[in-house]
Design a protein around this ligand. Structure first.
Ligand code: ASP
Length: 326
């Protein structure tokens, strides 16, 4: 039997509320040992190690907790007995954590994140089944060197492209235009595609000693948004990701502020508030090419890549290259 380490961080999968109901619950209330008790077949699938490193609602996730999680996984992955790792996590920020981990983990062993939309005390919680499938996936040979994955509702997703697209239904995730990596039926694994961008041990960041992350903010453009927000953020942030309209766009007052602040050393990334499509460089909205295009990364993922890129370099062209590779 394979050995799978479960790193538990909390979320709705560990949430409790009124018995039977799926609403008005608190995330991150019960421990992983208790959840495992509800899935007896796991004991026949793998030897399980449990590392309960926190028990939080994932909206409490932050840079320090990402670093703790990354270090814990790197340490656990070094254990020759461990074949794969499952991380349980709240769904609200799971996509950010997954992307951070796929950029920084120094292992090719399978790492699978999962969670739930219904708390453990709901009538038919989705967490136990997702966890069962995540364990099967983490122990499967085809899952090796796939980058960090997410397992949700019978579907295998890549950490880079996953996004929560529904805040109400159990089938809450999607990879936007890129389909998914594969499917599962119970514990059977079916891969159909592969991530093309750099990840885990192939990533430059997995070879760096990371003890802090620079301050990078996201600012949302809307009709009539004041450019003063950009100046305010530039006081204590090294980088700013713009969640622009359409192709990462904004009005002329923002363009002037971006030009001015870029000359003062702030690094800007243009992402889009639109969920599908690609943000490419644009002669009209960025005539001096000060901004780096987020390509298909959402603003929240572009922020993570920019934080890591700023640890490596402050050269705009070097960071632009990184955004093409990751
Ligand atoms: N608020 C919860 C969390 O992110 C939601 C969930 O897990 O589905 O921790």
């Amino acid at each position: 039997m394979k050995t799978i380490a479960i790193i538990a961080t909390g979320g709705t999968i560990a949430g409790t509320g009124q018995i039977g109901k799926a609403s008005a619950y608190r995330a991150g209330e019960i421990g992983m040992d208790e959840i495992i008790e509800t899935i007896p077949m796991i004991k026949d699938m793998a030897h399980i190690q449990v590392h309960q490193i926190m028990n939080i609602d994932s909206n409490e996730m932050n840079n320090e907790r990402w670093l703790l999680l990354m270090k814990t996984i790197n340490k656990v992955a070094q254990d020759d007995e461990v074949d794969g790792i499952v991380v349980t996590h709240g769904t609200d920020t799971i996509e950010e954590t997954a992307y951070f981990l796929t950029l920084t983990l120094h292992t090719l062993k399978p790492v699978v994140l999962t969670g739930a939309m219904r708390p453990a005390t709901a009538t038919s919680p989705d967490g136990p089944y997702n966890l069962y499938q995540a364990i099967a996936l983490a122990g499967h040979p085809d899952a090796y060197d796939q980058g960090v994955m997410l397992l949700f509702s019978n579907t295998i997703y890549s950490a880079r492209d996953i996004q929560k697209v529904n805040n109400y239904k159990i089938d809450a995730f999607d990879q936007k235009s890129f389909g998914c990596l594969g499917y599962m039926q119970d514990d059977q694994v079916y891969f159909f595609s592969k991530i093309f961008k750099k990840h885990t041990q192939h990533s430059l960041f997995s070879h760096m000693e990371i003890d802090h992350l620079p301050e990078v903010a996201i600012v949302y453009f809307y009709a009539g948004a004041h450019a003063s927000m950009l100046y305010d953020l530039s006081q204590d942030h090294e980088g700013i990701v713009i969640a622009g309209s359409g192709n990462g766009n904004y009005d002329r007052s923002w363009l002037e502020a971006i030009n001015d602040l870029s000359e003062k050393g702030i690094i800007f990334v243009r992402a889009s508030r639109v969920i599908q499509g690609i943000v490419l460089s644009d002669e009209i909205f960025d005539p001096h090419h000060y901004c780096i295009s987020a390509n298909t990364l959402s603003p929240q993922k572009a922020r993570i890549l920019l934080m890591l890129a700023l640890l490596h370099s402050h050269q705009r062209e070097e960071i632009r290259k990184i955004f093409h590779q990751y």
